[in-house]
Design a protein around this ligand. Sequence first.
Ligand SMILES: [Fe+2]
Length: 261
Amino acid sequence: MTTRQNSRRDFFKKASLSGIALFVSSRFSFGAKPSVPGNASLNQAISKLAEYQLTGQSKQNPLPYAYADLEPSVDAKTMEIHYSKHHAAYTKNMNEMSATANSGSKPLFQLFAEIEKYPVPLKNNAGGFYNHLLFWTIMAPNTGQAPEGNLLTAINDSFGSLDKFKELFGNAGKKQFGSGWAWLSVNETGKLVVSATPNQDNPLMSTTEVKGIPVLTLDVWEHAYYLQYQNRRPDYVDSFWKVVNWKEVSRRYEEALTAIK
Ligand SMILES: [Fe+2]
């Protein structure tokens, strides 16, 4: 073999090895699945929220209304099972898993901010605990309420009108594939944003693309509506507007803005 042939062979050997290295590097470098970069200023704001005191050793708050009080939008049996079985299970599991992961005393929002470091079952159950805790507060019996004041102005500025916002948020819930949640959040610039997340993910989590402080949410898991609506998720989503506690959404909006400023 000539010197030139040897050089060509060495070249292709090296190229092949570096190609393998590049392939391995691009697929497996850093060992973990990619996560969305954190947002320091948003996390700083989140640390000022009243609910920052929640930890991985928390209890369900009492439901602020009776199981039947959200009818006809949400039937009593669904509310009973949802609160006393599903939410109770997420809470119990979170507390047990947090103890195992030595994160029980850590603020829950701090855990969300670095959730990629924790096992997925803890993420699912801690998310399930907080998402439902928030969800119960932003509903109330036949409120007849509509957003007003600063919140209404912000909705109009961000989405054009209340109807356009409802359509956008409603579609986020209707079109979420499988189980998940629709969200209205205040982002790191104080702007309102609509998003959807799968499973029990939420906008506080480091792994969620659209981050923010949630002020309104809708559970679109089948356990939230199937007894009453079966496959008609859009009907459930449309009926949700009758029981939105806009006063509480507004309070959360003002709290989020104050924390971000
Ligand atoms: Fe749920």
